[in-house]
Write a protein that binds this ligand. Structure first.
Ligand SMILES: Cc1cc2nc3c(=O)[nH]c(=O)nc-3n(C[C@H](O)[C@H](O)[C@H](O)COP(=O)(O)OP(=O)(O)OC[C@H]3O[C@@H](n4cnc5c(N)ncnc54)[C@H](O)[C@@H]3O)c2cc1C
Length: 322
């Protein structure tokens, strides 16, 4: 029988770890982390490996934050209900450093034959994998002109992506890398500045409509804008599909065998192996300062804990409880 087990304790799969409770005799940690999401856990592992004594608190009953695997349908069928595309993780210096240790803990990243695709109501399907020639053949079945346009889309990416990443990685201020694209100094050659202006300002419909003819090819790309809530006619809706379709065609989309929660479980196990503690079901209500230094935390229920070096807060989540 199909069941939706969102509200029971059994549905949590990869994220489930041996539960650790907060003991009275717990040694004073050097660093307290608030939140056991991927960012906090990654940082906690980095410093625990350097010999720091870390204590990580999460208010939920399992760690992972927005990286979560659940059995929502049939027992044994695991679903990543939030983050599942681990391409940023797989390309990170963190993964490069911990790859082997994580693999020993069971983290196995796999790339599907088609990382993304478009399925039309009449059954037509276009799937994109990491083999460029196969992709061009598949696109040409919808439109030969679009196969050519796909190559131009790739060429624009090769020329523009470094500037685009510079813009995305900069503070949102008026000066800076945006001036490279929109300034009058002519810093960028026209074959970079012109496509970039389109990617940054056009609506999806306008940009893709100029480049591609087939509705299936356009939908394939446009889906990545919907992912960030850009409707077809919203200006600026192209940058995400531009990055995602190009990046994924080159590298594929790695997902974790058994669910993203396995990544969290593996990192938690490593933190513990390095002497750290990850304690669930504990909400930090307040950070307490000592001579201007974030030193202690007050937990729900009133207990206070001291850290000898500091407190790191990474509680990004919307208020979700699992
Ligand atoms: C629906 C969805 C899909 C996504 N898909 C992808 C994807 O495919 N690929 C990708 O790369 N990224 C994806 N993301 C983004 C990615 O999941 C987040 O960027 C990432 O998980 C953020 O990690 P974090 O550690 O900063 O915060 P979070 O994961 O939000 O973790 C913060 C933790 O802090 C805990 N916390 C908060 N307040 C307190 C408190 N007072 N005391 C104790 N604990 C507290 C929370 O319970 C939570 O566990 C997605 C996000 C969402 C929401």
């Amino acid at each position: 029988m199909v069941s939706n087990r969102l509200d029971s304790g059994e549905h949590l799969t990869g994220n489930t770890t041996m539960s650790e409770s907060l003991r009275e005799d717990m040694e004073e940690p050097e660093i307290i982390f608030i939140g056991a999401g991927i960012n906090s856990l990654g940082a906690a592992l980095a410093v625990a490996k350097e010999g720091w004594r870390v204590l990580v608190f999460d208010r939920n009953r399992t760690p992972g934050g927005a990286v979560r695997t659940m059995e929502l349908t049939l027992p044994g069928f695991r679903h990543d209900i939030e983050a599942m595309n681990l391409s940023l993780f797989a390309g990170s210096p963190f993964y490069a450093e911990h790859r082997e240790a994580l693999a020993e803990k069971g983290l196995d990243l796999v790339v599907a034959e088609h990382s993304f695709g478009s399925l039309a109501a009449d059954g037509r399907f276009l799937g994109i994998g990491t083999d460029l020639e196969a992709n061009l053949r598949a696109i040409a079945r919808f439109s030969k002109a679009d196969a050519k346009a796909w190559k131009a889309w790739r060429t624009d990416y090769d020329r523009c992506s470094s500037v685009l990443f510079q813009i995305l990685g900069s503070p949102a201020v008026r000066s800076g890398p945006l001036e490279l694209v929109f300034g009058r100094n002519g810093d960028l050659p026209p074959n970079v500045a012109t496509p970039l202006r389109g990617i940054l300002l056009d609506s999806l419909r306008a940009n893709l409509g100029r480049r591609f003819q087939s509705d299936v090819v356009q939908a394939l790309i446009a889906a990545w804008a919907m992912h960030l809530d850009y409707a077809p006619d919203v200006p600026g809706g192209c940058w995400m599909p531009f990055l995602e379709t190009n990046g994924d065609e080159r590298n594929g989309i790695p997902i974790a065998r058994g669910g993203s929660g396995n990544m969290i479980r593996a990192i938690v196990e490593l933190v513990r192996e390095h002497g750290g503690s990850v304690v669930n079901n504990q909400t930090v209500e307040q950070i307490l300062f000592d001579k201007g230094r974030a030193a202690d935390v007050r937990l729900a229920g009133g207990r206070e804990l001291r850290s000898s070096c500091g407190v790191v807060a990474s509680p990004a989540s919307r208020p979700r409880r699992w």
